[in-house]
Design a protein around this ligand. Structure first.
Ligand code: HEM
Length: 538
């Protein structure tokens, strides 16, 4: 039983709310001791030494000393907002997830971010943007942890530390802070040609969005949806902004970075405050769940590939509206912990090797970043569904758990906690057959084509968009010191498109290499270059 709340003056105080909101009637220490003064240390005489016995001084400074937590190892710079997701009901034939039901409204928290810059870096840099959404559904939290670019640099998570080491600032001088313009980044992407597709998107106008409100979002990986009957469908998730997709020009981005490094977070917060609530439609591309997990020859487990929207149209399944700014940046934007493994019944993962590594990585990094295993109790991370998790103790435990011991089954302490069967909403993984195969460290042959999709992307661009791409490669590569790195990038570009390659080579004053013979044969017919909204528009 809780002791009655009381205050020194006898009035009733809701202590929990009071501590959280810091709205007590007078200034106190963290222990509730009323303070007459917080501006002067206790001293032996007004010009004498400060006394160690001043608990208020020590508590105030000790707490301040520990205000900062580690920034995210990637995606450190971000801005977020609260909102609501309303299901259209159009996905119920493929997924039993309750939040996708018709007119079901689910609270959400969305964090946008850059990837490489530190927490204090500028907003309008050339980079991929994170687009992470936490759905507080009635069946538990579902996180869609996506980006504004539909493909990723690598096909296997084991390379993630390498690409990030190559892209983050140099360890000696810690420059450049937020751009890809340096040798190690280009060295990595030229040595791993699977990165060519994502890099080309970064060099396009998609790398410098006009606003978070005008970005698409992509789940990137293929996920598996399950309906009430147990039928499965492979899908890719897309967010389509109601305001359309818009980018800055490089010159605009450069000026804004200097004049207003908070441009994107200011834009988001101001729009919401002014009542111009940004909206996105959630959509899915659906593919039959065949044993091959391919679609039109595209390996759906390869995160460096898209499926063109002409071949699999994006079908709208719900509407996201952001309608409230966080009231405390640290408590919400900084402490939110997304995880691609936070799933709900009706949504499951696939064997994408990049996704598998992510399932480990986020929980692991949050253990350090948020100081122990209890970060699910932080208000912004709390599920809105009832919790009975048998997890106990640990750093920063705020629960006062009851009962003798959390184990299951338990015949002594109140009987067995209820376990939900699948039919009652319990989460059951799709019983996908795992192929019997030897252990290998190999890349599948179906992941080998690194150039035909970048080529399609390049061919889909308008002349002015192509000019921007050429200018971006030329500018970024001109910052490299090593000619060998530039030459290797040019060789990759030669395999994507000889015009792109020769124009960048001209800009750099280097000879354009011949294609290696791997120049991708793609059909540049108008039908394919008129690909839908997932391709750049100004
Ligand atoms: C953070 C997306 C690949 C590790 C993030 C965030 C996003 C994101 C949006 C920011 C979350 C936030 O706002 O708090 C993606 C996408 C990927 C990808 C779309 C590929 C499709 C990976 C991989 C790894 C990884 C392969 C590691 C193996 C991390 C880590 C964080 C992070 C450690 C920081 C999380 C935190 O501190 O809370 N990612 N990521 N990501 N990502 Fe990824």
């Amino acid at each position: 039983t809780k002791p009655e709340p009381y205050s020194a003056t006898g009035e009733e105080v809701d202590t929990d709310a009071n501590v959280r909101a810091q709205t007590g009637p007078y200034l106190t220490t963290a222990q509730g001791l009323r303070l007459p003064d917080t501006d002067h240390s206790l001293k032996a005489g007004d010009r004498g030494p400060v006394l160690l016995q001043d608990h208020h001084l020590r508590e105030k400074i000790m707490h301040f000393d520990h205000e900062r937590i580690p920034e995210r190892v990637v995606h450190a710079r971000g801005a977020a907002a609260h909102g609501v997701f309303r299901g259209y009901g159009s996905a119920t034939s493929v997924s039993k997830a309750a939040f996708l039901g018709k007119d079901v409204e689910t609270p959400v928290f969305v964090r946008f971010s850059t990837v490489l810059g530190s927490r204090g870096s500028a907003d309008t840099v050339r980079d991929t943007r994170g687009f992470a959404t936490k759905f507080y559904t009635t069946e538990g939290v579902f996180d869609l942890v996506g980006n504004n670019i539909p493909v990723f640099f690598i096909q296997d998570a084991i390379k993630f530390p390498d690409i990030i080491h190559a892209g983050k600032p140099h360890p000696d001088r810690e420059i450049p802070q937020a751009q890809s313009a340096h040798d190690t980044f280009w060295d990595f992407v030229s040595l791993h040609t699977e990165a060519a597709h994502h890099t080309l998107w970064n060099m396009s106008d998609r790398g410098i969005p006009r606003s978070f409100r005008m970005m698409e979002g992509f789940g990137v990986h293929t996920f598996r949806l399950v309906n009430e009957q147990g039928g499965t469908t492979l899908v890719k998730f897309h967010w389509k902004p109601k305001l359309g997709v818009h980018s800055l020009t490089w010159e605009e981005a450069q000026i804004i970075n200097g004049v207003d490094p908070d441009f994107h977070r200011r834009d988001l917060a101001d729009a919401i405050e002014a009542g111009a609530h940004p909206e996105w439609e959630l959509g899915i591309q659906t593919f039959p769940d065949t044993p091959e997990q391919t679609f039109e020859g595209i390996d759906l487990l390869d995160p460096t590939k898209i499926v063109p929207e002409e071949w699999a149209p994006v079908q709208p399944i719900g509407l996201l509206t952001l309608n409230a700014n966080p009231s405390n940046f640290f408590a919400e934007t900084e402490q939110v912990a997304f995880h691609p493994g936070h799933l709900v019944p009706g949504i499951d993962i696939t064997d994408d090797a990049l996704l598998a590594g992510r399932l480990f990585s986020y929980l692991d990094t949050q253990l350090t970043r948020l100081g122990g295993p209890n970060f699910a109790q932080i208000p912004v991370n709390r599920t809105h569904a009832p919790v009975n998790d048998m997890l106990r103790d640990g750093l920063h435990q705020t629960g006062v758990h009851q009962g003798v011991a959390p184990y299951h089954p338990n015949s002594l302490d109140g009987g067995c906690p209820f376990q939900a069967a699948a039919a009652q909403g319990g989460y059951v993984e799709v019983p996908v057959e795992t192929p019997k195969a030897a252990k290998v460290r190999e890349v599948p042959a179906s992941f080998a084509d690194h150039t035909s999709q970048p080529r399609r992307f390049w061919l889909s661009l308008t002349p002015v968009e192509r000019e921007h791409v050429v200018a971006a490669y030329t500018f970024e590569l001109s910052k490299c010191y090593e000619n060998t790195v530039k030459e290797r990038v040019l060789r990759t570009l030669a395999d994507i498109d000889p015009v792109l390659c020769s124009q960048v080579a001209d800009g750099l004053g280097l000879p354009a290499p011949d294609p290696s013979g791997r120049l991708a044969e793609v059909d540049p017919s108008p039908a394919l270059s008129q690909v839908g909204n997932s391709w750049p528009t100004q």
